[in-house]
Write a protein that binds this ligand. Sequence first.
Ligand SMILES: CCCCC/C=C\C/C=C\C/C=C\C/C=C\CCCC(=O)SCCNC(=O)CCNC(=O)[C@H](O)C(C)(C)COP(=O)(O)OP(=O)(O)OC[C@H]1O[C@@H](n2cnc3c(N)ncnc32)[C@H](O)[C@@H]1OP(=O)(O)O
Length: 173
Amino acid sequence: MLPADIEPVIRDPKATPPGHRIDLHHSMCFGCGSEAPVGLRIEVIAGEGLTVTAAMKVEDWMQGGPGVIHGGVLSAAFDEVMGTSPLLLRKPVVTGHLEIDYAKPIPLGSTVHFTGEILGGVRRKVYTRCVAHLGDPANPVAAAHALFIAIDLEKHFSGYRERAVHSQHQNGA
Ligand SMILES: CCCCC/C=C\C/C=C\C/C=C\C/C=C\CCCC(=O)SCCNC(=O)CCNC(=O)[C@H](O)C(C)(C)COP(=O)(O)OP(=O)(O)OC[C@H]1O[C@@H](n2cnc3c(N)ncnc32)[C@H](O)[C@@H]1OP(=O)(O)O
């Protein structure tokens, strides 16, 4: 999936320091928003270099097959974790392509641990990967690759902002 012309990218010196939450999105986001009525509420933590980590408790409402997580919920979680990582480059992005390998069923009640990293970039394209496990990094339960495209925030959302759902505490993103 990685292109032949992929180039190394460099963490921005002003990026969120390792160990701190990367918190530049909005509170009503399905993936990370603390005020979204339904959502994953994932906190993505900056790691060293081009890495991020996150954890997500698998709640009953995330059920797909009996007793296990729905694949789309896991996909959304991967999207959130990997989509936040380009903020280490101080680049806001949207998802262009996302692919998941589901290796093992993930039981309700478990905690999924994510480790993501930026692999490189080409022009506006940022290539990432992420691995998920349930506590033992040597036993992954799923893995993902995704391509994100850097955007101009104002331009990209200009035609949609009047539809935005706002929290009671802010005017929205
Ligand atoms: C403080 C402010 C707070 C505001 C917060 C709001 C947003 C913040 C955003 C991010 C920051 C924070 C955290 C993010 C957290 C989670 C992430 C979740 C992300 C999502 O869940 S987001 C929803 C799903 N996502 C979409 O809603 C995208 C719909 N889509 C489009 O909006 C356009 O499609 C777009 C913009 C992608 C491209 O359009 P465009 O016209 O700008 O550019 P263009 O087409 O030229 O593509 C440029 C280069 O990407 C290549 N390319 C494009 N698409 C490709 C594909 N699918 N496969 C392979 N390559 C692809 C081209 O081939 C070209 O490559 P090359 O350079 O080689 O020519």
